[in-house]
Ligand binder design. Structure first.
Ligand code: KG4
Ligand code: ZN
Length: 339
């Protein structure tokens, strides 16, 4: 089975081809990060325009590198939610046209399920059911992966996602977009104990989390230091933030594992590239004898390989769409990502 995946939910135009669910034949990504950097974040209109310009060339290159034509494919998978609506629409419209013209099944993929599937590409031995910590720029959730296409959300952020918290704090500390990776780099030389930061709790729901108070605490500390003319030790603030976020996420995962009884744990999403989080999750899993799966750094961020992989499982489960498929900016409790 050969599945082509298309990803355009944010600022990466990507196309990949996966064979037999988990064997990556090719993975092409055209990143717009450098262009958005000058504005301090993703400019949605610009992202849509660049997707329009890049998507055909990226897809042609993927087919060429995989040594196949569209006629050899068994299906065309595409991210249809969640993301920037204009950006998603480019991928969805392109995939629809391609599927329709080639007479191939069109496979809708929820972006978050794609992030989870990135683990299967690197670790085909990973099989549901297991517990997964999903941490991306827009989402932070703990979910039960009951089957390749069945998910149950156990806890989620009540406000900001962990990635958003990293990005906003990075901006106030003067680091360029995308800030998460800059925080990670800076944290290597900082003192994680220098700035004690709050650990917001969500009353009545121990598996939910909240990051907006933490973000505000970092911003207020930086502004206060500015006002009194004291320099902020940016590396130590980055280290303190990374340490606090990692501890919160690891503790929530530990609690979820204890409650559900899962001994296999996975991580997914852009923030799963964070070295502090990877270390603290490794230590927690080692302490309990849990098996931990993390995507390699190359598959943590947005890519189409994960979409093609999840698309393969969706096709096997009969999850396909017709030409009426639409894109949705936010849609969590749907189809293959049921709450
Ligand atoms: O999953 P992703 O690529 O896109 C979304 O679906 O949102 O996640 C992007 C997020 C951004 O907030 C980015 O700053 C963060 O992942 N990120 C990191 C690291 N690498 C990427 N955050 C912390 N440490 C990193 N090393
Ligand atoms: Zn993503």
């Amino acid at each position: 089975m050969l599945i082509l995946g298309i990803e355009s939910s944010c600022d990466e135009t990507a196309c990949a081809i996966v064979e037999g669910c988990t064997k990556l034949r090719t993975d092409v990504i055209a990143s717009q990060a450098a262009e958005h950097r000058q504005y301090g974040g993703v400019v949605p209109e610009l992202a849509s325009r660049r997707h329009c310009e890049n998507i055909l060339a990226v897809t042609q290159q993927a087919l060429k590198e995989a040594g196949c034509t569209v006629h050899d494919l068994d299906g065309i998978a595409v991210t249809y939610t969640p993301g920037l609506i204009g950006a998603l629409l480019v991928g969805v419209s392109f995939a629809k046209g391609l599927a329709l013209s080639a007479g191939k099944p069109l496979i809708p993929v929820h972006h978050i399920t794609g992030h989870i599937a990135a683990n299967y590409l690197a670790h085909p031995e990973l099989k549901p059911p297991y517990l997964c910590l999903v941490v991306s720029g827009g989402h932070t959730m703990l979910c039960e992966v009951m089957d390749y296409t069945k998910f149950r959300i156990l806890g989620t952020t009540r406000d900001d996602a962990a990635g958003e918290c990293f990005d906003k704090c990075a901006r106030v500390l003067g680091y360029p977009y995308p800030g998460g990776v800059q925080i990670d780099k800076a944290a290597q030389t900082g003192d994680p104990k220098k700035y004690p930061l709050p650990r917001p709790r969500v009353a009545g729901s121990e598996l939910d989390c909240s990051f907006s108070g933490l973000k505000t605490a970092v911003i207020n500390t930086v502004h206060h230091a500015d006002q009194i003319g004291e320099p902020v030790d940016a590396a130590s603030m980055a280290a303190s933030l990374q340490h606090t976020v990692s501890e919160i996420l690891t503790e929530k995962t530990e609690l979820a594992a204890a409650r559900t009884g899962y001994t296999t744990i996975a991580m997914a999403g852009g923030v799963s590239a964070n070295s502090g989080l990877r270390r603290s999750m490794e230590a927690m899993c080692k302490k309990h004898g849990y098996t931990l799966y993390m995507p390699p750094l190359s598959l943590c961020g947005d890519n189409a390989a994960m979409i093609a992989c999840q698309g393969s499982y969706n096709l096997l489960a009969g999850i396909t769409a017709d030409a009426s498929l639409n894109a949705y900016a936010s849609k969590t409790a749907i189809g293959e990502m049921a709450e």
